[in-house]
Design a binder for this molecule. Structure first.
Ligand SMILES: [Zn+2]
Length: 407
């Protein structure tokens, strides 16, 4: 029998009131649950749904008859493997606007309210092994301690998957724009995917269909949020070509490995190492745009050189970068971090928002020159000339030299 399609653009007729949601309340029961599940349309108090872009695969699974649309997950034994928080920033509506701070605790906190509430954060433990770490052990930069780093090169981590949950008034404020303006553009630029963005100003929380982030923690996570705990941190934006496949056009994987090395070192000194891995492929322009830019760089007259690096990106994408680091510090506040002792990054685009959000940064660690692949020298020179944190700024003559390979 055909099932009626329920439009979401206006409140459900005859609906009881959606559950309370007071963003920024420190007490989770006063804050209320984020209800972004689909079965009970009247109970929803957020726009969009869980799983980010993977919601579309769920739709395919339901359409193909492989998943029951009303499947309710069994969360038995899925609770966090390490305790995270609560920290003071969880109760500050300005400090965290793009993550649900209670997202890993949601099913437990709101059990018994008769709501289909799902976690937007999952916390587990793992051991990771990268050839760069075993090389660092061979070269004497890292030594196994049997706790953080094992003799076979395995590093023990707590890893945390986080889905974005946007509090729209707070996101708009970060960019200094009006909430109505933000909602309109989100609606229009997704091809009208979420009508509630423009018809339901009462719904202030949006789960955008984008990638989230993964956090890798090294050391004792119970020390997070304590003033005396020293922190090493790298904020890394996804670069599949380099991170996974070792492509030599950029420094992403070498810098990530260097960051992990710094995190292990900090954990061995009694601090905590934090790697934040954001799904923002190709400066959040996406991999298709990224590869088009590579071709444009390598085919241009005069060869692939630093002085034309940003211009080639702008030709294709219209902008140089869409990562919008304004939202990035949220995860650091979620982890209770108020000071970073070693920030493994040269990027002022990352440094500035971290400091502006109230986190003190002591040392900034640059990538050692020996880790930069030859073809990546174009990117490195261009970024240094554009204001990356560095003690050597290349001059115009150096920037004009083609250092990259042709196609
Ligand atoms: Zn890269």
């Amino acid at each position: 029998m055909p099932r009626p399609i329920i439009l979401t653009s206006h409140p459900h007729r005859g609906a009881r009131l959606s559950p309370w949601l007071r963003w920024g309340a420190a007490d989770p029961l006063a804050r209320g649950p984020v209800v972004a599940t689909l079965q009970d349309a009247a109970a929803r108090n957020a726009i969009g749904t869980h799983s980010g872009a993977y919601a579309l695969y769920r739709a395919l699974a339901v359409a193909a008859g492989q998943l029951k649309a009303d499947h309710r997950p069994d969360f038995h034994n899925t609770r966090p493997a390490s305790a995270i928080g609560p920290f003071p920033a969880w109760g500050d509506p300005q400090k965290i606007v793009s993550i649900d701070p209670f997202g890993h605790l949601a099913p437990e906190l709101f059990a018994g309210h008769g709501l289909d509430v799902r976690p937007s954060i999952a916390v587990t433990r793992a051991q990771i092994n990268m050839p760069e770490l075993t090389a660092a052990m061979r070269e004497g930069r890292l030594r196994p301690d049997g706790e953080v780093l094992l003799p076979n090169g395995d590093a023990r981590v707590t890893k945390i998957a986080i889905e974005p949950v946007w509090y729209l008034p707070g996101v708009a404020a970060r960019f200094g724009i009006g909430e109505t303006e933000l909602r309109r553009h989100l609606f229009e630029q997704t091809g009208g995917m979420f009508p509630e963005l423009v018809t339901r100003p009462d719904l202030q929380v949006f789960l955008p269909p984008i990638g989230g982030m993964t956090v890798y923690l090294f050391g004792d996570t119970a020390k997070l949020g304590q003033e005396e705990t020293r922190i090493a941190c790298r904020i890394h934006d996804e670069c599949n070509g380099s991170d996974v496949f070792g492509s030599d056009i950029c420094t992403c994987r070498p810098y990530l490995a260097h960051g992990i090395e710094a995190c292990i070192g900090m954990a061995q000194e009694g601090g905590v190492g934090v790697i934040v891995y954001n799904r923002k492929e190709g400066r959040a322009l996406g991999e298709v745009t990224k590869f088009l830019v590579y071709n444009a760089r390598k085919r241009q007259e005069g060869g692939d050189r630093a002085e034309a690096y940003f211009a080639r990106t702008e030709c294709v994408a219209g902008v140089q970068d869409m990562r919008f680091q304004e939202l990035m510090p949220d995860v650091l506040h979620w982890l209770g971090i108020t000071r970073i002792d070693r920030l493994v990054s040269m990027s002022n685009m990352k440094f500035a928002p971290i400091v502006q959000s109230g986190i003190t940064v002591l040392d900034r660690i640059a990538i050692p020159d020996a880790l930069i692949p030859p073809d990546a020298q174009v990117e490195m020179d261009a970024k240094k000339a554009a204001g990356y944190f560095s003690d050597h700024v290349p001059d115009a003559a150096e920037l004009a030299v083609a250092k990259g390979r042709g196609l």
